[in-house]
Design a protein around this ligand. Structure first.
Ligand code: PLP
Length: 301
């Protein structure tokens, strides 16, 4: 057993050492891949990002992720560091070089490297591009789907444009840690009106006593999740009723089911909110069915 653990640890270390990252035009061993301290990502969180699931070695819902990246870049007035075609090639190359069959690709674009000044740098400063990939345990999502997760509620103290997928995530970081400190797995943000906006890294959903699936409209107060968008198709196909409307934390406490969606976890049942069991405190049939149906509606690249 011990020997097994040691060889597993050894294999992990070897993988970490051989992992490759793309940084501004170069593929480098991860340990040698660095960005400048003058990158605006580190000074200001002045950048945007995407996370795509890789399944069977293929990107899931690439077109939607790239469309959202385009919207994030436009909203922040950051240019494309490379063409969309070149970026698509880099994503594939990083998956191949890291031999990721099931995992995630992370890509980050910042406004570039320049002397620290809040105002935009001169136009000749190129945006920075970083792309990494890593495997995920294939059993992870199945385990989460089978057990569900606990979440806590926290005040939504974020800025007014969280629909832009920026790397400035301090409130999300603090919320997630608060959840972990309380023995939960994620935090759900609640706005000033007492309505749930979304999770720290996922969209939030409930199923009412009448069986209606409810999620907040994709305004400026939530990120329009790619998984959220695809899930509407699965909901329709399963013949369920869906409403896009704000829902209060109190309504979530009283819901028959609750669940969260994100590209890496797809559909995760939420079985407790602030320590209160949701429904019977077990993953519900709607969340389970949607999680199973999801991949029929997702696009495989
Ligand atoms: N909301 C937030 C704040 C997120 O960070 C994420 C994913 O990271 C999502 C929602 C879900 O988005 P997607 O389904 O595109 O992963």
């Amino acid at each position: 057993m011990r020997q097994g653990l040691e060889s597993a640890a050894g294999a992990f270390m070897k993988r970490a050492m051989t992992r490759i990252a793309y940084v501004n035009g170069r593929y480098l061993p991860r340990s040698a891949a660095n960005v400048s301290i003058d990158d605006r990502a580190s000074y200001f969180g002045d950048g945007v990002y995407e996370v795509c699931l890789v399944s069977g070695g293929r990107l899931i819902d690439e077109a939607r992720h790239m469309a959202r990246l385009g919207r994030s870049l436009e909203a922040t007035r950051i240019g494309w560091p490379v063409t969309r075609d070149a970026l698509a090639k880099i994503l594939r190359e990083i998956i191949d070089r890291n031999r990721v069959s099931h995992g995630i690709v992370y890509l980050q674009i910042s406004r570039g490297v320049a002397r620290r000044d809040h105002a935009f740098p001169p136009p000749d400063v190129a945006p920075s591009l970083v792309v990494t990939a890593r495997p995920l345990a294939k059993t992870r999502n199945a385990t989460l789907a089978a057990t569900g997760i606990a979440v806590i509620s926290v005040p939504d103290i974020r800025w007014g444009r969280v629909d832009i997928k920026t790397i400035s995530l301090l409130p999300n970081v603090l919320a997630k840690q608060a959840a972990i400190d309380e023995g939960a797995r994620d935090a759900w943000f609640v706005d000033r009106d007492g309505n749930v906006t979304e999770g720290a890294s996922a969209n939030a959903w409930i199923v009412t006593a009448a069986g209606t699936v409810v999620t907040r409209p994709a305004d400026h107060a939530i990120l329009r999740g790619v998984t959220r968008t695809v899930l509407f198709e699965a909901i329709k196909a399963l013949g369920l009723t869906v409403e896009e409307r704000p829902f209060a934390l109190a309504e979530a406490y009283a819901a028959r089911e609750a669940f969260a969606t994100s590209a890496t976890q797809i559909v995760v049942p939420v079985v407790r909110i602030d320590g209160r069991p949701i429904g019977d405190g077990k993953p519900g049939p709607v969340a389970t069915a949607l999680g199973r149906a999801f991949h029929q509606f997702a696009e495989q690249g």
